[in-house]
Design a protein around this ligand. Structure first.
Ligand code: PLP
Length: 369
């Protein structure tokens, strides 16, 4: 009855030997320099109280959705939340998903056909790569943030091209030259799709809105598990794309809708964000304090993600452990997750970090380097 699982065990053993085995650990106590809770909304008591009040007034928010959106799960809460989101972003339409992973799967597995080409930045999130595997389109990569390479690739294509970028990259913490990419996209009659997972909330409603690119971007993905402190995602686009996804996107069609409490917490999160703009100002002040410590890194000036390259898995591990022993929670990204020689400590800054914490963290890193 039992099959031979040797090859699974061998792969796990190899990771263990290399020190890269992934294991699920209970949440650690410590000073948070590793979570995506950039504005502290995931732990904000005032926001939690607002949600509790809504639940007490409308306990049905906790009910199961009972089915997919196309059968019994299309509640008035999800419809209202989508309309609200579309209006907030000044986009004709929004389509909600239970997570950003699902939203990217839906978009890239559905829109490009077998005759099309998906051109992705080489550092695009894994969800886009997984979606490309589900799609029949051809996938090509362009060098990270490299406009010339993108243009060279576009020049050689005959078919319909989709370009996939993040506005703020999660591993290097650097911005895409989004305005220039939008121009190139237009020049070659291609379609631009922007993932704003890490920019949404940190920079208002994201960089597509900041630079007024709504008309130049086919679809924008905003996610709610990071700066909004909730969970879920929306695809912002036009009515045709929304309707097409509702009709043809398997990750949207063949799954039970989330409970209303998820959609309600997204809407309440938007309202809270609008009423508490000082949180992103505080975050920028903390980023500035970090940058003043002059640690050499590839990240952008005002990015909440700051990567410190420690090009050796063993040394990186020691640094991470040293920081942990002093109470600092950071995230180490080892090769092969990133290219060998570019292993890094990924530091996320938050509105709630104190100056003392930031200086304490950077002092240990400086001493180690
Ligand atoms: C750039 C990017 N896109 C998409 C996702 C997936 O979003 P979610 O965590 O909501 O599934 C993430 C985060 O994990 C991300 O960093």
């Amino acid at each position: 009855m039992l099959k031979n699982f040797n090859h699974f065990q061998e792969a796990l053993d190899k990771r263990k030997e290399e020190g890269t085995l992934r294991v699920l650990k209970p949440k650690s106590e410590g000073i948070d320099f590793y979570s995506n809770d950039y504005l502290g909304l995931a732990r904000n008591k005032e926001l939690q109280n607002l949600l509790v009040k809504q639940i007490i007034e409308t306990p049905q928010l906790l009910s199961g959705s009972t089915g997919s959106r196309l059968i019994s799960g299309n509640s008035s809460t999800v419809i209202e939340t989508e309309n609200y989101i579309a209006k907030q972003h000044q986009n004709p339409s929004a389509l909600l998903f239970p997570s950003g992973y699902n939203a990217n799967l839906a978009l890239f597995s559905t829109l490009p056909t077998r005759h099309d080409i998906i051109i992705v930045d080489e550092k695009i999130h894994r969800s886009v790569h997984d979606a490309c595997k589900m799609s029949h389109a051809k996938k090509l990569k362009f060098k990270h943030n490299n406009l010339e390479d993108l243009e060279q690739i576009l020049k050689r294509q005959n078919g319909n091209c989709y370009i996939a970028i993040e506005s703020l990259y999660s591993m290097d913490g650097d911005f895409a030259p989004i305005q220039e990419i939008a121009e190139i996209t237009e020049k070659y009659n291609a379609h631009l799709i922007v993932d704003e997972a890490h920019a949404f909330g940190v920079f208002g409603y994201g960089l597509v809105e900041k630079y007024h690119l709504q008309n130049k971007v086919l679809a924008t993905v905003v996610t709610y598990g990071k700066a909004l402190g909730a969970h879920g995602a929306a695809i912002l686009s036009n009515d045709i794309i929304k309707s097409y996804l509702i009709n043809f996107a398997s990750p949207f069609i063949y799954t039970t809708s989330a409970q209303d409490i998820q959609w309600m917490s997204v809407k309440t999160g938007y309202e809270f964000l609008k009423a508490n703009r000082e949180l992103s100002i505080k975050l920028q002040k903390n980023i500035a304090i970090f940058r003043q410590q002059n640690l050499k890194n590839p990240s952008s000036e005002n990015s909440p993600i700051q990567a410190i390259v420690i090009p050796d898995n063993d040394r990186l591990k020691i640094l991470k452990e040293t920081l942990l022993n002093e109470g600092f929670l950071t995230y180490a990204v080892f090769s092969p997750t990133v290219k060998e020689g570019t292993e890094r400590l990924r530091i996320c800054l938050h509105s709630f970090n104190t100056e003392e914490e930031i200086i304490g963290l950077t002092k240990i890193i400086k001493d180690f380097i």
